[in-house]
Design a protein around this ligand. Sequence first.
Ligand SMILES: NC(=O)c1ccc[n+]([C@@H]2O[C@H](COP(=O)([O-])OP(=O)(O)OC[C@H]3O[C@@H](n4cnc5c(N)ncnc54)[C@H](OP(=O)(O)O)[C@@H]3O)[C@@H](O)[C@H]2O)c1
Length: 334
Amino acid sequence: MPQTSTQVILVNRPTGLPTSSDFEIRSQPVPEPAAGELVVANLYISLDPAMRGWMRDARSYVPPVGLGEVMRAGAVGRVLASRDPNFAEGDHVSGLLGVQSIACVPGKGLRKVDPKLAPLSAYLGVLGMPAMTAYFGLLEVGALAADDTVLVSGAAGAVGSMVGQIAKLKGARAVGLAGGPEKCQHLVNELGFDAAIDYKHDDVKAKIKATCPDRVNVYFDNVGGELLNIALTQLAMRARVVICGAISQYNHLEKIEGPSNYMSLLVSRARMEGFVVFDYAKRYDEASQQLGAWLSAGKLSYRETVIEGLDNFADSFAKLFTGDKLGKLVLKVG
Ligand SMILES: NC(=O)c1ccc[n+]([C@@H]2O[C@H](COP(=O)([O-])OP(=O)(O)OC[C@H]3O[C@@H](n4cnc5c(N)ncnc54)[C@H](OP(=O)(O)O)[C@@H]3O)[C@@H](O)[C@H]2O)c1
């Protein structure tokens, strides 16, 4: 009897926030793996803002997901069968396994993960792609120095929470922008940020001035839009603005709001640079070792919001945009 995979298929290109009508749930027989391929039972699927871009038929750093295709996503799972000599049945792996219960994929591009070192879902967050993004974005693109003040937006999310903690571990000051008092308390009390700004209720500019008296050396931007525009006015000399993402703009199809205050870059002799974490793939082991060491030494805290069931994909994904979650958002395969 062939196995069956439950798959979430993209059937419409969403306009605005994706809804369940943009996806269909289908059952498909799992093919026999060809040479070099693995069959993997997915256990946890990563819900990432980038997936919104992958639903759009536009030029980007990867091709869009085609209509009728399984929605692309990172995931961790257990190998059921392997025709790649680097993997064996029973191994745990992470990689682009898609929003489905069972994947048949090439072994190339997958990484082995160890459930004895950390819970498997951690390989999607504190030890996974978001943490690598924070690590390389802050240390390489942001060129962090120990006496810097780092301001990060989306600070209570998967990437932002790591940016603030890595900044602190490297001796810098960390100030986070997040939505609502609970998230702000979490940043200061649990993650060790020096200060937090509630962008939904505070006067953001006044609060940046108050919490960053020597101005901002690194602005790590996950959000774009108005927060980016305000942050640009508060840069220190030779500041680095790291363009990691712009989640406030991802559902705006017609017009993306750009920063009118960009001349602040000239005044501050600052630079603004975008990056994609995949550019650092050859150095993932280096980041994994450092993040793993910090985690085992109790130097990193993390939260996850885990929702169960592939049927809940669209509603769960929307939480990235409403902010109705804390830390890394994960879909557990039921
Ligand atoms: N460049 C790369 O290679 C790379 C890799 C990974 C991720 N990213 C980017 O990094 C960013 C963060 O990703 P993540 O996985 O860590 O997501 P996340 O921060 O865990 O989740 C998204 C958060 O964004 C905030 N948000 C949503 N809409 C907002 C708005 N209009 N204004 C301000 N904040 C808003 C919400 O928090 P609040 O409740 O605080 O509003 C929400 O919890 C995204 O832009 C993503 O595309 C880039």
